[in-house]
Structures are given as C-alpha cells and as structure tokens.
Design a protein around this ligand. Sequence first.
Ligand code: IPE
Ligand code: IPE
Ligand code: MG
Length: 254
Amino acid sequence: MMENNNLIDTVDKTRLPKHIAIIMDGNGRWAQQRGEQRVFGHNNGVQSVRETAEAAAELGVKYLTLYAFSTENWNRPKDEVDALMHLLVVTINNEIKTLNDNNIRLRVIGNIQCMDPQVKKELAEAMEKTAGNTRMDLFLALSYSGRWEIVDAIRKIAQQVKDGTLSPGQINEKLVSASMNAPDLPDPELLIRTSGEYRTSNFLMWQTAYTELFFSSKLWPDFRKEDLYEAIIDFQHRERRFGKTSEQIINCKG
Ligand code: IPE
Ligand code: IPE
Ligand code: MG
C-alpha cells in the first residue's frame, strides 16, 4: 500500500527508540463491537502482536515489551483468565519458528512463579529455543505490575542488607534499576497505549519516569505496522528535555 511505504520512509532510522513498550488494550471492546465474546478479541490481538514485533525488528528497535497480562487481570472472570492462558500457550508454541526466522529472542518479566505449570513449561521452552537470537528482545510482561516489580526489587535489596553485604547508604537509583526483573533492559523511550485510555495501569512504573507517552485510539486488534510507524514519527518530533531548558538541548551544551 502506498500509505505504508510513505510512513515507513518518514521514520528516521538513525533516531529510533531503543526500547518501545506497549499496553495492548481494547480486545474486549473490539469483540463486543462485533457481537462476539471477549476472547474473540484476544484471539484477534495475536495478529497485531505479530505485525508489531515484525515491524519493530525490521526497523532496528532492540527491545519491545508487550503488556500481555497484568497482576490485576487475575481478578477477571475465571473463563476469561483460562482462555487467555490457553491462548498464550498455543501462541507461544506456534510462534517459535517465526521468532527464530526473524532472529528475535523471547523473554519475560512478571511473577511467573504463580503461573500454571504448563504455561511456565511452554515459556521456558520458547525462551530456551530463542535464546541465541540477537536482532531484538521481545519481552512479554505476564502476571506483571510495576508495583509488584518494585516490591520484588525491595525484597532483593532488603535481603542483601540483612545478609550484611549492603549498607542502606549504598542504595541508589542504579542499584534499584539493577534489581528489576530484567536488569539489562534499558528504560523505554516510548510507551504506546491503545484503545483511547489515558493511563498506564501499573506498567513499568520505575522505568517510565521520563518515557514519552503515545495514546492511540485504535483498539489493539486493529493495530498494524503503520500505527507503530505513526507513534515513532510522533516521538521523533518531540523534544526530550529531562529537566533542562530547550536552549540547552538545542545548543547541545548538555
Ligand atoms: C487487553 O484488552 C488485553 C488484556 C488486558 C489481557 P482488554 O481485555 O482489556 O479489552 P478491553 O479494554 O476490555 O476492551
Ligand atoms: C492493562 O489493560 C493490562 C494489559 C494490557 C495487559 P487493562 O484493560 O487491564 O487496564 P485497565 O483495567 O483498563 O486500566
Ligand atoms: Mg482493557
């Protein structure tokens, strides 16, 4: 399509975000608009995951983190939780080959311990089979919430203090970042949320302190490659000041 070509050409490949995080929202509404059950929306969201991961990898984005299931999502009706877990197992299994063909490494953040043994097994297998891939890291946030991750980090740090290997005075931002689930994952420069909701719903709370936010009105199953390009282009037109003045940024005085 003409429009796709134009948009991808407008993306400045030399100024890509290294890490893009996405809150994939709106599956239920997408299904309801079609008179279908919510799970129909989740099933159709898989194609959006495929397209987004492929588009990000093709552009040269190094890390893509997708919010797939939150700590709070456990409180949904059991039927929906079961359907989501089933979809996760089936999808991961189906996608291993495509991940390997695209040189994408699958990784996970979240409270995986509390997940169903079959889900854990499937995840471990997919991570192992894609471990050697180097083009992009695709992180799934599963049974994840930002506050849970911060609490988890505090526990790790407290344990070191208790063991006498760390003093409270040594606790700094660097150590807290290093105590997160994936210490090597850089903070996202860009966070996208679909479905027209203006909130971050407990996602990457520590890491998004200075992240640029992009809200798309598209429901997740409608999200396509060009929607990712649009978000990146919007991001590239912004001035990231990190507390400095605009003049400092323009004059590159740092
Ligand atoms: C996002 O879509 C998927 C998950 C949270 C698992 P929703 O299921 O939240 O869809 P809406 O927001 O109800 O439309
Ligand atoms: C956020 O979506 C979680 C995921 C996309 C996995 P929700 O639909 O659960 O968020 P709220 O409840 O509308 O904030
Ligand atoms: Mg939702």
